[in-house]
Design a protein around this ligand. Structure first.
Ligand code: ASP
Ligand code: MG
Length: 454
């Protein structure tokens, strides 16, 4: 068994849809496919929502654009006239439903979280239909499956949902396994699921990697192959470090930490469902012969000089909470965590001292956190400070916690460039540590560390 996932960058023109068919035709194992939306379509859906909230005037226009984009794909991949008609009809039907949702938003000027998620899910609905029909036309038995039909069940965090793995697995036994047993390839919509009550939820931008991992879990698949338009994980962001190298092998934990701390290659939660199952994840470049990339295995290995990659996140800011005794006040972190989580604000990390609690959170959540936590001021808390001009750098590699001298090497490389380290955390993870520098020093620091280890 194998799960094959195609990202939007592989689903961008007729030739590439046909290339997907060839990849699937060459596949020897039983396969289920997970798809993203066609490249650019999710962005168009976000835009459509914005327009609808202002007025109904532009809905037709943007829907037309979305419709045309998919018709063009059908036109140039499906040759049989009747077949083509049938597929176009299916797409038109979906477009109609999407249209109703958008007009609903325009008329009410209201957007619930689940209607938003529902609208955003259409990209994957379209691409699943088109791919499964192209496969069928090419003699490969396939059928599109929408997440709510096969019951990919999630909690109700509508823009960053978490799947109930156990329940979803049971549902797959009923709705997906029988198809596989008949030799039919399921083409499953990535990016979204639904609550127990059937309301649509999404897994956030680029969430179809997570969908693919969920499908791998639910079908007990030992292999998850993810096709992208890049080489896989790199020793650093090639846009900053020109001689960055592709990483051929990583452990589940290393991949999870790298994604968590900023590497954009994989959705940060992809590894989550797969550690227990020991699934092998293969990232492959759709645009390179042989699809070379990165292999992510349950068990890692220790590289000679430990560090496999240095990554960064410049979307992170620090929310500082000052007070003479904050470090010693029982329950305060729990209270802060509770208040923030009620508003859907995620805390990346916490560093505390006797007089200050530092929360690492997304920059866009800083103001909102301030509003939410404002009532706590008084008591032990004296004041808040919001720090925006910083960035986080993470150094990742198996063995980093145990080997002596790695931290010294990292920080002396940074110090030599005259860069001040604002905060450090090590020991929280077996395979990573991170530190915070001023945003203006970010590039220099990343290059210095990369030079030190590569
Ligand atoms: N189509 C969604 C997005 O663009 C999900 C994905 O591509 O993984 O974010
Ligand atoms: Mg995408």
């Amino acid at each position: 068994m194998k799960i094959t996932k195609f990202g939007g960058a592989c689903l961008n023109n007729p030739e590439n849809f046909l290339k997907v068919v060839e990849i699937i035709r060459d596949e020897k194992s039983k396969t289920a496919i997970v798809v993203s939306a066609v490249s650019g379509v999710t962005d168009m859906l976000f835009h459509a929502i914005e327009l609808a909230l202002k007025s109904e005037n532009k809905i037709k226009q943007i829907l037309n654009k979305i419709h045309k984009k998919h018709e063009f794909l059908i036109e140039n991949t499906i040759y049989d006239r009747n077949f083509k008609k049938k597929v176009k009809r299916k797409i038109s039907y979906k477009i109609k439903r999407l249209e109703r949702l958008l007009y609903g938003v325009a008329y009410t000027r209201e957007l619930t979280d689940s209607i938003k998620a529902n609208i955003l899910s259409y990209g994957e609905r379209f691409s699943a239909i088109i791919l499964s029909e192209i496969l069928t036309q090419n003699g490969i038995k396939a059928t599109e499956l929408e997440s709510e039909k096969i019951k990919i069940i999630t909690d109700d965090s509508f823009e960053n949902a978490t799947v109930d793995l156990k329940e979803t697995k049971l549902n797959f036994e009923k709705h997906v396994v029988p198809l596989l047993n008949k030799g039919i390839i399921p083409v499953i919509t990535g990016y979204y699921g639904c609550t127990k009550k059937g309301k649509i939820t999404t897994f956030g931008r680029n969430g179809s990697d997570y969908s693919a991992a969920v499908v791998a879990y639910a079908l007990n698949s030992p292999i998850l192959e993810i096709w992208k338009d890049v080489d896989g994980f790199m020793s650093a962001d090639p846009k900053i470090v020109r001689n960055a190298k592709r990483i051929t092998r990583l452990s589940h934990y290393e991949a999870a930490e790298l994604s968590y701390f900023g590497a954009k290659i994989l959705h940060p939660r992809t590894v989550e469902p797969l550690t227990e199952l020991k699934t092998k994840i293969i990232i492959r470049n759709f645009y390179k012969d042989g699809g070379r990339g990165t292999l992510i295995l349950p068990k890692g290995y220790v590289k000679k000089n430990i560090v496999k990659s240095v990554t960064f996140n410049n979307e992170i800011g620090v929310f500082r909470i000052y007070g003479p005794g904050v470090g010693y006040k029982p329950g305060i972190i729990g209270e802060i965590g509770n208040l923030l989580s009620q508003k859907g604000i995620n805390i990346y990390s916490i560093l505390t001292s006797q007089t200050c609690i530092n929360l690492l959170i997304n920059k866009r959540d800083l103001e909102k956190s301030h509003e939410v936590l404002n009532n706590l001021c008084g008591g032990v808390i004296e004041k808040f400070v919001l720090v925006r001009d910083i960035a986080l750098i993470a150094v990742v590699g198996e063995g980093i916690k145990k080997r002596k001298g790695i931290a010294a090497k990292v920080f002396s490389a940074v110090a030599k460039k005259n860069i001040n380290v604002e905060m450090i955390s090590s020991g929280a993870s077996e395979v990573a540590y991170y530190f915070v520098v001023k945003e203006k020093d970010l590039k220099k620091a990343v290059i210095a560390i990369h030079d030190e280890f590569f």
